[in-house]
Design a protein around this ligand. Sequence first.
Ligand code: ADP
Ligand code: MG
Length: 444
Amino acid sequence: MSTFADINLPQSLAQRLIQAGLTTPTPVQQAAIPLALKGQDIMAQAKTGSGKTLAFLLPIIEQVMRREASAPAPGPYTKSGPSHASGPKFLVLAPTRELALQIEMELRKYAPISVTSLSVYGGTPIERHYRALQRPPMVMVGTPGRLLDLAGSGHLKLGGVTFLVMDEADQLLDRGFLPDIQRIIRLLPAERQTLLFSATFSGEIQTLAQSMQRNPARISVDPGISTPTTIVHAYYVVPGDQARTQLVHTLLQTVGGGRSMVFCDQKYKVRRLAAHLGGEPASVGALTGNHSQVQRERTLGAFRAGRLRSLVATDVAARGLDIQDVAQVIHYELPTNPNSYVHRTGRTGRAEKEGATFLILSQSEEREYLRMVRQLRIETKKLALPVFVTLPSPAPMPVSEQQAPRHRPRRSAEPSGRRFREGENRGSVHRQGASVGGPRRPRY
Ligand code: ADP
Ligand code: MG
């Protein structure tokens, strides 16, 4: 079995990984890291929780360390070695704010302090980013909207980027984000290395991605498998919404000290369900794009730290988030598409751990669900409804949020709407045409 040192990572970095308990590279790391170190473009598909983040972060850290080793020693007036005044050399794009932050935190865990980094995303005061960029980092991680705002106002120079990563690349290249991604790519040098990672890539996205890469190496670990086999899939059929809520509550009581995530399609359902489950006093948090960024980070922090045992969320939490010990993922209703099912479910069963996912379906959703699992090559089983545990008293909720919206949100309005909800573009005068988009994207 190969080690991190065998795949040409510097000894000190391999040592740091071992100290953190990572002894052996995962299959996607074994496949991608040597190619990335050779300068190759990569499109890598590997199931959720299989270590894709380090598959792109370790080559970044290695490259910076190598450059430092070959650069002249810092002069008396330079604080930390070579100057990066021209802008970052490494750019990592992520579709959600929490994921951008998580990726940078992961980098900080393993990189020496000389590898400077910054994560930027909407919902935080842009002036803070202006100030941070007065001394540009080597590695930038960010969501597309905020990066474009910073580039548009001249605070961020992207002309020196020689290494681009798109994490959750299929979502970034989907129509909601595509115009922003194309704008970012136009700001980058053509001479660069481009790496794409996701658990899911459609043929259409692969073709599109080719126009942004040079002869990429295609990596597919377990082709066609996007969901870890350590996850048990099962479903219930319920007679109505009251039973859905009671069943969620009952399932939340079954996991002992473990954490649970519950996904709903729409924001008002998240808020309503979290309130019916007793809200924060009952250790249940809610996360949607309507919450302020401060609230979002506080809720996710409390969930990661175990102060909240359950998190009810929209798809804003479906991609990339790596939270320890999520014992089960509950789908409050049938996810709108197989990718959503794969990514939501992938919050459990990470790094070869066991996990479980439960779908709560109406009679009419059952057939479509069975088609979805066949397509995903997943085995599932139907479970009999348990005896329901009595619901706690509901948490108070503003009157305006107790009702469903009178009209279902227009899905075609999602991309521009999402930006404003995420606060990425607010006040931006640099971009036009933000309303280009398609009808299939979920609202967060
Ligand atoms: P993905 O992006 O493929 O969904 P992540 O990169 O978030 O997965 O990694 C999932 C988990 O696996 C993280 O907690 C990470 O620390 C852990 N991990 C990554 N690489 C290794 C490794 N080589 N050995 C053990 N655990 C690892
Ligand atoms: Mg990931």
